[in-house]
Design a protein around this ligand. Sequence first.
Ligand SMILES: [Zn+2]
Length: 433
Amino acid sequence: MMPDLHILLSSFSRIPHDEDRWRALRDARLHRAVVEAAMHCPFYREWFRSHEIVPTEIRSAADALQLPVLTRGRVRAEGLRMVRDDVPVDTCSQEMTSGTTGEPTTLYTRSSELRVQHALWLSGYLRAGLRPWHRQAKFIMAHKMPAKPRPYQRLGVLRRAYFPTAAPTVEKLHWLRRLRPDALFSWGSILSELANQLEQEQAELNIPLIFSTSDKLQREHVAARIKGRLLDVYGSIETGPVAWGCGVGEGYHIDPRWAHVELVDADGQSARRGAVVCTPLWRRVMPLIRYQLGDIAEWADTPCPCGNPLPRIRALIGRHGELLSLPNGICLSANVVAEAVWQGPGIQAFQFAQRSETESILFLVPGPGIPSNAVARVRELLTPRLASPVQVQIKCVPALYRAPDAKFRATYPLAMIERLRCAGVDVERILSQ
Ligand SMILES: [Zn+2]
């Protein structure tokens, strides 16, 4: 495998704007990823063979269109068969996706690869204006909160303070006012939550740099109350950073050296608007080749006014980050449900829907060997997070309902249910399963 230190250092290098150069670099990495996956991973070996793919012939992005698209469900089902056979499993660490899509996935990696992933995020943040001495604040799911600071953070470099995503909005705001961070990292939906609260208080917050990730950023709504440079980043745990919001033009620029990004139609072929499919080119212990992220996007077809010639996604269409509307005017990021569910033991998948402000239903798919108190535990974790008198009916089901013509969602806030009902979708089927 390529020396990790070399990758680590090159992640900080300047992105070549010359199209021939970045295409050559991306195609070489894509070719190597496909050849190595076929050589070392039992799953890819069989999968490519069954699709009559000759891995050595995949030399460019155009050739890669022959490869089938990989779904999240497939990754979950294949598990260890996707891991390289020359990497002993006992040297791997496991990484769990956040599960806000309803079903968490286990990824196998190594600490050297995790360092590369962190370096890719960091180099993007530095390019966007973050400095090592800045005081950083981040909202994070309670179970993902780091136990102790890293050694360099003790020395005041890249210091970061954390606060739970599930805390009441007023407490989050109080924390930010006290901390006065130079940079904030947050889900888009939590920024909306904060902006709502600030609107009620007729107040504003100043944070020089704000990075929005994970779900939809309601830019105008947030920018009206939180003053600072607001940058949306598109990425995931599986892929690392995929595209960085452009501060000047509309949309997101891709760094093609580390993520091969495609938009595809239902047949897996290139489309101007379509499903986002990404091959993270740095992920080599458990390669993800043509991995479907579950979002819909559209390419920009005009040059960006900022002058950056790299491919640009104009709009992310499928990304959802709506708020749950609860009694007493409380609005909360819908991701708090995922947080409660995944902290409880033995759950395989979930779906949550709001019938009204005061009534919701949570469907759980129990995993094998689920403890008998699992449902009670989820209720115990969820109730305080909703912070208002809400009745949540919890029902265990063998599988979740997937509307035939709509994207699968883990959470259906009230506003979304109402919109789907207006659009003629059979929402009763979602609410009753
Ligand atoms: Zn731009």
